[in-house]
Design a protein around this ligand. Structure first.
Ligand SMILES: [Zn+2]
Length: 189
C-alpha cells in the first residue's frame, strides 16, 4: 500500500485535525529525510494552507486541536503540539491551557520540538559577510575547478553569484564558466 493510501485509511478519509473530508492530502512533517507513514498526517486544504502559512492561521479553526491532540497517532500528536505552540503567546489563553495538559512521550516531544530550529544558516564569505544574489567576490586562494578544468587564481573575480542549497557553497561566473565554489576562499567585493 502506498503511503498516501495508508494515510487515507488511517485517517478514515478525514483530515486528522479538523475532520473535514474536503481536498485531503498528505503533509510530511519537517524535517523530512524520507517520506514515511509515521511522519505524515492527512490534512484538508484549509489546514494545510494554514500549516504552511503561519501568518494566516485562524485561531478558531484550530479549536479542533482540542480533539486531535488526543489522537493515538504520534505524528498527529507532534503536529498538534507544534500548532498549539504557534498559537500560544497571542493572548488566546486556550492554546497554553491545552499545551499544559497535552502529554507526549519523550521521543514524540523531542520530534515536535525539533521544528524550533533557527532560521537557515546564511551563506557567508571568509569575513562572515552574507552573500547576496548577484554580488561579486574575489578568490583568496588558487583553486582548481574540476568541472571546467582550469586553475582559478587568487585575485580572480567571481561575478553574478547565486546561492546553492548548501550554506558552504555558491555558484557564479568565473573565467567564462558557471561554477560552484566553496565559500571558504571567497571575499565579497
Ligand atoms: Zn483540516
Amino acid at each position: 500500500m502506498s503511503i498516501d493510501s495508508a494515510l487515507l485509511k488511517r485517517g478514515n478519509s478525514k483530515c486528522e485535525f479538523c475532520k473535514s473530508d474536503k481536498n485531503l492530502s498528505a503533509y510530511d512533517i519537517p524535517p523530512i529525510t524520507q517520506r514515511s507513514l509515521d511522519k505524515s498526517v492527512l490534512v484538508c486544504s484549509s489546514c494545510l494552507h494554514q500549516i504552511k502559512n503561519q501568518d494566516e492561521m485562524e485561531p478558531n479553526h484550530w479549536r479542533c486541536l482540542n480533539d486531535s491532540m488526543w489522537s493515538d497517532v504520534a505524528a498527529v500528536q507532534a503536529m498538534s503540539w507544534r500548532l498549539l505552540s504557534r498559537l500560544s503567546g497571542q493572548g488566546l489563553g486556550w492554546p497554553e491551557e491545552l499545551l499544559e495538559i497535552l502529554y507526549l512521550e519523550d521521543d514524540v516531544k523531542k520530534w515536535a520540538m525539533s521544528d524550533m530550529r533557527p532560521v537557515d544558516e546564511p551563506t557567508v564569505d571568509i569575513n562572515g559577510v552574507p552573500f547576496t544574489v548577484g554580488c561579486s567576490a574575489i578568490m583568496t586562494k588558487d583553486r582548481y575547478i574540476t568541472g571546467a578544468n582550469f586553475m582559478a587564481k587568487r585575485g580572480w573575480v567571481v561575478k553574478n553569484i547565486g546561492l546553492t542549497n548548501k550554506s558552504t557553497s555558491i555558484d557564479g561566473n568565473l573565467n567564462g564558466f558557471r561554477v560552484v565554489l566553496g565559500t571558504g576562499y571567497l571575499k565579497i567585493i
